[in-house]
Design a protein around this ligand. Structure first.
Ligand code: CP
Length: 302
């Protein structure tokens, strides 16, 4: 059994292997070894425990599990014994006793998994503002699909850097993959200690290959935010800003997005905007994650 906890703790060869597997799944080019791994996963029980809201991550793990003929146990945090105070550790021990092999967990607590002892495959669906490894994987897949390489790409990450586990994971991993990462954020959403260069204005985006927008995480803010129109005008992806991007560039957003705040809905029609392609890639990336964590045939290490 393996665990999938933090993409930034994986080496670049392991990350590239996961990207390649994801694209083989998407393009229906599975090898004999991939088919054997699918055979090992088939029929295993998996549960999702989402202690924070989710649509994309939860459902795409569930679609991936069903596509792999895994058996999905439904655990709703609100109606389960969590509401009676049962701990995460006791819940996981209970799932193991029930015969479960894997559990996908999202929690508001950073590094929650360090407190858990188990032989189950733990897959991190997001821990506070720390990591969102399956999202970062699908983001990398979307970029690699477009450009066929990472080194030298110019990436701009825009918005709520302070509260975003998507930004936190991507910045660490993208730098290791030799992408040039810059960030742009309103004053209240900056992180001073971040080891990346802040862009002063996002009015000229012509040098960037990838612009990744972030959701304003209203539930994590204490300070007053700009009103929606002002945010869009000063910090959002408008049609005017989109027009400064080159033809080969792509615009991403992990979702859910706030129309008229982080982006003008007019831009959704532009073929450079890959937001729904990211969702599709999320199913394939999460299929690859199940195969890697549960398949008994492991990849050869270099
Ligand atoms: N991108 C993402 O994590 O979306 P959900 O919160 O809907 O899972």
């Amino acid at each position: 059994m393996q665990k999938f906890l933090a993409l930034s703790q994986m080496n670049v060869i392991e990350i590239q292997k996961l990207i390649d597997l994801t694209l083989r799944i998407k393009n229906q080019e599975l090898t004999e070894n991939d088919q054997k791994m699918i055979g090992q996963v088939n029929g295993k029980y998996v549960t999702t425990i989402f202690l924070e809201p989710s649509t994309r991550t939860k459902l795409s793990f569930e679609v991936a599990a069903q596509n792999l003929s895994m058996r999905l146990l439904n655990l709703d945090a609100q109606t389960s014994s969590f509401s009676k105070g049962e701990t995460l550790q006791d819940t996981i021990d209970t799932l193991e006793a029930l015969g479960c092999s894997a559990v996908v967990i999202r929690s508001s607590e950073e590094f929650y998994y360090e407190k858990i002892t188990t032989d189950l495959a733990i897959i991190n669906g997001g821990d506070g503002a720390n990591e969102h490894p399956s999202q970062a994987l699908l983001d990398l897949v979307t970029i690699y699909e477009q450009f066929g390489e990472f080194a030298g790409l110019n990436v701009l990450i825009v918005g709520d850097i302070k509260h975003s586990r998507v930004a936190s994971t991507n910045i660490k991993v993208m730098k290791r993959l030799e992408m040039n990462v810059q960030v742009y954020a309103p004053h209240t959403m900056k992180v001073p200690e971040l080891e990346v260069e802040y862009l002063e204005s996002m009015d000229d985006l012509s040098k960037f290959d990838v612009v990744m927008l972030l959701r304003n995480q209203l539930e994590r803010h204490n300070e007053k935010l700009l009103d929606e129109q002002t945010f869009l005008k000063e910090h959002g992806m408008t049609s005017t800003r989109l027009n400064t991007l080159k033809a080969s560039a792509i615009v991403m957003h992990p979702g859910p997005f706030n129309r008229g705040v982080e982006l003008d809905e007019q831009i959704l029609k532009d073929s450079r905007v890959k937001i729904f392609e990211q969702v599709t890639n999320g199913v394939h990336a999460r299929t690859a994650i199940f195969m890697q964590t549960l398949g008994e045939l492991k990849w050869k290490r270099y």
